[in-house]
Design a protein around this ligand. Structure first.
Ligand SMILES: Cc1ncc(COP(=O)(O)O)c(C=O)c1O
Length: 464
C-alpha cells in the first residue's frame, strides 16, 4: 500500500483535499465553515484552471500580487535561468547582480530621493522595516521620538508593528494588549458624487492638528496607504487631502511612510499612488509630496515570488552610518534579496516598462469608467469609486468581512467562472493587466446580477 504522505504522485484532487484537510492551515479562513478549497492545477494569462476542469477568471490578481497574468513565460524563464546560476546567498557581506540591478532600476522609478533599497520577504516585513528605520533614525539622532500616526481602517500586514499601525482594521482583537500605541486619524473615505467629502477632510485635518499638538516633538512618523485603503474595502480619499496631511506632518520633521504594497506598480494608473499627489505639492515652502520611506511587495515580482522592499532617502540611510555597530540597522531575514525573487522582479519590470502594458492599464481604467455609471444607477449598489485599474462599489445589505453574504457571494462568483472575493460589502475589481474588455464585461455582468440577487434596497428590504 502506498503511504499517501510519501507518494510522489499526489495529484488526484480527492487525495489532495484529504491531505489538505488533515494538514494544511489556510490564511484568513474559518476552517469550520469554509467551503472545501478549490484545487488549482495551472494558470495562464488571467485564467486559473481547477482540478475539476473549470476555468476561473482572476479578477483580484490573486490577493493583488499578479501583474501580467499567471505563469507569464518571460518571468518564468528569468526565474529558471537564475535558479541554474545562483539560487541564494547570504546578503550580509555578499551581494549579487540581481539585487543590485533591481535596486538601481527601482530607484530609477521611485520618487526622487528614494535611492536606498532594503530587501525583506513580504509586505508585512517591508512595513516592519520602515517603522523600525523611522524609529531608529530618531534614536540614532539621540532625539528619541516614539509616536506613530496612522489612519483609521488602514491595514499594513499581520506582524506586530504592522498590526499596531493597522489595529483599527478589525482583524487583530486577540492581540490588542500587545500592540504599541498609535494615534489614528479619521480617514475621509469618499466616492463619486459624495457631497460631504470636504467636511470629512476638514474633520480629519482638525484631528491631525490636535494629535500633532498633543504629541508635539514626539511624532516619529506617519504611515499611510496612499489614496486607497485596500483591505478595509478599497476605501479611497482625495489626493489634495493627503497632500495637505503630508504638508502638516512634514512641517513637524516627522517621516512619511507610504505603504504602496497594494497600490504600487501601476494599480492606480500611475506607477505609484503617491504620484497622484504631485499637482498638490506646496511649491512655496518647497515641501515635496514624496514620502521618506516606501514599502513595496505584492506586484514587485509580478506575483511570482515573495519579496519585500523598503525604499528610503539617502538622508535616512546616513543616520545609520557611524563607527560602531550600535548605529547600524540590526535587521535581516534569511532570504534577504533572494536572487530568484530579484530575477522575477527584474523580468516583471521589463514587462511593466513596455508601452503596451501602459496601454492595457489605461484600457482597464477606461473600461471601469464606462461600467461604473450603470453600477451607480443600481438601487442595491452605492459609493462607486475608481482609481486607475481599481474599481469598487458597496453592496447594500451584504454585511462585514467573513459575513454570510460575503461568503455566499464568493461562491456565486466562482460558479460564474470568476475569482472575485468581496471584502465584506465591498465588491471590487483589481485585475491583472492582461485582462481585456470582454473579461471585464463578464465580471461587471456578474456584479450586476449579484447586486440583484444579494443586495437590498436602501429601505433595508432584501431583494428576491
Ligand atoms: C497595504 C498593505 N500593506 C501590507 C500588506 C501585507 O503584505 P503581506 O501579506 O505580503 O505581508 C498588505 C496585504 O494585503 C497590504 O495590502
Amino acid at each position: 500500500m502506498t503511504d499517501p504522505h510519501n507518494s510522489p504522485q499526489l495529484h488526484s484532487p480527492p487525495d489532495l483535499l484529504a491531505l489538505d484537510a488533515a494538514h494544511v492551515w489556510h490564511p484568513f479562513t474559518q476552517a469550520q465553515t469554509a467551503p472545501v478549497p478549490t484545487v488549482i492545477v495551472r494558470g495562464e494569462g488571467p485564467y486559473l484552471y481547477t482540478a475539476g476542469g473549470d476555468t476561473l477568471l482572476d479578477m483580484v490578481s490573486s490577493w493583488w500580487v499578479n501583474l501580467h497574468g499567471h505563469a507569464h513565460p518571460h518571468v518564468a524563464e528569468a526565474i529558471a535561468r537564475q535558479a541554474r546560476q545562483l539560487e541564494h546567498v547570504i546578503f550580509a557581506g555578499f551581494t549579487h547582480a540581481p539585487a543590485v540591478t533591481l535596486a538601481a532600476r527601482l530607484a530609477g522609478h521611485l520618487p526622487r530621493g528614494l535611492d536606498r533599497i532594503f530587501y525583506s520577504d513580504n509586505g508585512s516585513t517591508a512595513v516592519e522595516v520602515a517603522l523600525k528605520i523611522a524609529l531608529q533614525a530618531w534614536y540614532n539622532r539621540a532625539e528619541p521620538r516614539r509616536h506613530i500616526l496612522a489612519f483609521e481602517g488602514g491595514y499594513h500586514g499581520d506582524t506586530f508593528g504592522a498590526m499596531s499601525a493597522g489595529r483599527t482594521s478589525g482583524f487583530f482583537l486577540p492581540f490588542q494588549d500587545k500592540l504599541f500605541d498609535v494615534s489614528f486619524l479619521p480617514f475621509p473615505q469618499t466616492w463619486q458624487g459624495d457631497p460631504e467629502v470636504e467636511a470629512k477632510e476638514h474633520a480629519s485635518l482638525a484631528a491631525l492638528d490636535l494629535v500633532l499638538e498633543q504629541h508635539a516633538g514626539d511624532v516619529a512618523a506617519l504611515i499611510a496607504e496612499p489614496l486607497v485603503q485596500g483591505s478595509s474595502g478599497m476605501r479611497m480619499c482625495r489626493p489634495q487631502f493627503l497632500a495637505e496631511v503630508l504638508r502638516r506632518v512634514k512641517a513637524t520633521g516627522a517621516f512619511i511612510i507610504f505603504d504602496e504594497v497594494m497600490t504600487g506598480f501601476a494599480r492606480t494608473g500611475r506607477m505609484w499612488a503617491g504620484q497622484h499627489l504631485e499637482p498638490y505639492g506646496d511649491t512655496a515652502s518647497a515641501i515635496s509630496t514624496a514620502p521618506d520611506l516606501m514599502c513595496l511587495s505584492k506586484g514587485l515580482t509580478g506575483g511570482f515570488l515573495p519579496l519585500g522592499v523598503t525604499a528610503c532617502t539617502e538622508e535616512l540611510y546616513a543616520e545609520f552610518r557611524g563607527d560602531t555597530f550600535e548605529r547600524a540597522f540590526a535587521h535581516g531575514h534569511s532570504y534577504t534579496a533572494n536572487p530568484l525573487a530579484c530575477a522575477a522582479a527584474l523580468a516583471s519590470l521589463d514587462l511593466l516598462e513596455a508601452d503596451t502594458t501602459w496601454d492595457a492599464i489605461a484600457a482597464i481604467g477606461a473600461a471601469h469608467a464606462r461600467w461604473l455609471p450603470e453600477l451607480a444607477a443600481h438601487p442595491h449598489l452605492h459609493r462607486v469609486r475608481q482609481l486607475g485599474t481599481i474599481a469598487a462599489v458597496q453592496l447594500r445589505g451584504a454585511g462585514g468581512y467573513g459575513g454570510h453574504a460575503s461568503l455566499e457571494l464568493r461562491t456565486f462568483f466562482q460558479n460564474r467562472g470568476l475569482l472575485l472575493r468581496p471584502l465584506g460589502d465591498t465588491l471590487y475589481l483589481l485585475p491583472p493587466y492582461c485582462v481585456k474588455d470582454e473579461h471585464l464585461e463578464v465580471a461587471y455582468g456578474a456584479i450586476l446580477d449579484a447586486a440583484q440577487l444579494f443586495g437590498a434596497a436602501e429601505t433595508g428590504a432584501v431583494s428576491t
